[in-house]
Design a protein around this ligand. Structure first.
Ligand code: MN
Length: 489
């Protein structure tokens, strides 16, 4: 995550003399060093000498725009910085933007305070001047207030940075569509032009024949090498090695195709396998573990979103997976959702060592596919869904608590996750369904609702959150207001 840089642009003016500006710079540098050595701030903060003129501000922002490693801009007004100077620069800003309202000194030095101190430490009103111009200009931003050494303040910056990394990686996401959406399904479809305009996703279709042509070129030696990798990571729990080798072949073909065309996510569709002998199961699972986004049944939205959430948390090890709400457990007082898919559950969320198994698959009308089977981790997580409302995109996030999988389920041939939605299955399911949330989602133990809220804010996407404070009637009212706002935009 350190490869992503954030420009720290500190505002001031010439009124206070050169000595004051030197102090401003020294403070800003100390703060940037403090941020960079704190584990709760995952990316690199790049300190710039303070800006004091319209031209200087414009140049700093142009530098951020043009720097391919820059994932966002952080501003702070150490002293007063007249905000008309910021109009030219801010109107050109193209990266996520965080306005910090902080102060170098934590406390007022009661015994020594004089007007020099007051003139140097005046972000209390300098940041209000800055807030006015960004509000007036309608610039998308996040404001975080607090002392710069405070742990919660730093954690919040870290959360915001991960969202900005999501935007950065989202703009580079290319989705390989192997075939189209599953016939007649509504929620997995949507406006790809809108998605590209908002998220930057390039969503490109190829025929299954293109993958089969690649598959026919895969050599036995390549399959042997991938089988050796499987043997290291997974337990081979089948005698049907031919089926496993076929999945390896599919994985190699899909990955080669993605690398050749710069794709970072893909989807399959069981209805359109043509000459493929198995629906990619183990192949899709292992590709997800490598960081590729994935969606089943032609769901390009969830494929791209899985990729983005994996990128936001690439240095974490909780796990992020393509998911589907599958079955309910309605035992009173112990209500749960069982998430799974027909094959493709990402092994990054495994608690037990994944086993490679081969079972028949009723859907898809092909040979028995090899897949990874495991129990999933307990722990706090979220599920995220993205749906196209026709006049805009809506993101729905639910906080969940994944629970220990106590029962063996010996006849279930796939991996599953059991979770208790927050605040309850009843409220969560009603809210999710009122919002039009999909059955496909991204489940993450690393990414939080707060990160996704910042991410949606940065891109101008509607965001609704189902969590501990959700009450169904006010949630429905929020949806109604959001519908209205979308239509007015
Ligand atoms: Mn599905």
């Amino acid at each position: 995550m350190k490869k992503y840089t954030f420009y720290f642009i500190v505002g001031s003016q010439h009124l206070y003399g050169e000595e004051t500006l030197k102090e401003v710079n020294a403070h800003a540098e100390t703060m940037a060093d403090g941020f960079n050595s704190d584990a709760s701030i995952p990316c690199t903060v790049k300190y710039l000498p303070c800006v004091t003129t319209s031209k200087g501000i414009e140049e700093a922002i142009a530098g951020a725009n043009n720097d391919p490693s820059c994932a966002g801009v952080i501003t702070w007004m150490h002293t007063f910085s007249p905000s008309k100077m910021w109009i030219a620069g801010l109107s050109k800003l193209m990266k996520p933007y965080l306005h910090l309202n902080t102060q170098f000194n934590r406390d007022v030095p009661w015994n020594s305070i004089d007007m020099d101190f007051m003139n140097l430490n005046q972000s209390a009103h300098g940041d209000r001047e800055h807030g006015y111009i960004t509000a007036r200009m309608g610039i998308k931003r996040t404001v975080i207030a607090g002392h710069w050494e405070n742990e919660e303040f730093r954690q919040q910056i870290g959360v915001w940075m991960r969202a900005a990394v999501g935007v950065f990686e989202s703009r580079k996401t290319r989705v390989l569509r192997i075939s189209d959406n599953m016939r007649s399904v509504a929620v997995t479809d949507g406006d790809k032009v809108e998605a590209q305009m908002k998220f930057g996703w390039e969503i490109e279709h190829y025929g299954v024949g293109d993958i089969i042509a690649e598959l026919e070129k895969v050599t036995d030696a390549e399959v042997d090498a991938l089988m050796a990798e499987y043997a290291e990571k997974y337990t081979l729990a089948t005698d049907n090695t031919d089926a496993v080798r076929y999945q390896a072949k599919e994985e190699i073909a899909i990955e080669k195709f993605m690398k050749a065309h710069d794709f970072t996510a893909f989807h399959t569709n069981f209805e359109d396998l043509q000459g493929l002998k198995q629906l990619p199961g183990l192949a899709s699972q292992d590709l997800m573990a490598k960081g590729y986004g994935f969606g089943a049944e032609g769901d390009w939205k969830v494929a791209a979103l899985t990729r983005v959430l994996k990128a936001m948390s690439s240095d974490m090890n909780g796990g992020t997976a393509f998911m589907e709400d599958y079955t309910y457990h309605f035992e009173p007082g112990n209500e749960m959702i069982m998430g799974a898919h027909m094959l493709e559950v990402c092994p990054t969320i495994a608690q037990t060592k994944p086993e490679i198994k081969v079972y028949p698959l009723g859907i898809g009308d092909r040979e028995d596919p090899a897949r990874l089977v495991f129990k999933s981790k307990p722990g706090k997580a979220i599920v995220v869904s993205l749906v196209d409302m026709g006049d805009g995109l809506r993101m729905i996030v639910n906080d969940i608590e994944c629970v220990e999988q106590e029962n063996e389920m010996p006849n279930l041939p796939v991996s599953a996750v059991l979770w208790k939605p927050i605040p309850s299955l009843k409220v969560s399911a009603e809210a999710w369904i009122y919002a039009g949330g999909a059955h496909h989602s991204v489940l993450s133990y690393d990414v939080t609702a707060e990160m996704m809220r910042y991410f949606a804010d940065m891109l101008g996407i509607e965001f609704v959150h189902i969590g501990k404070d959700t009450e169904i009637n006010s949630f429905r009212k929020e949806l109604e207001l959001n519908d209205l706002i979308r239509r007015l935009k």
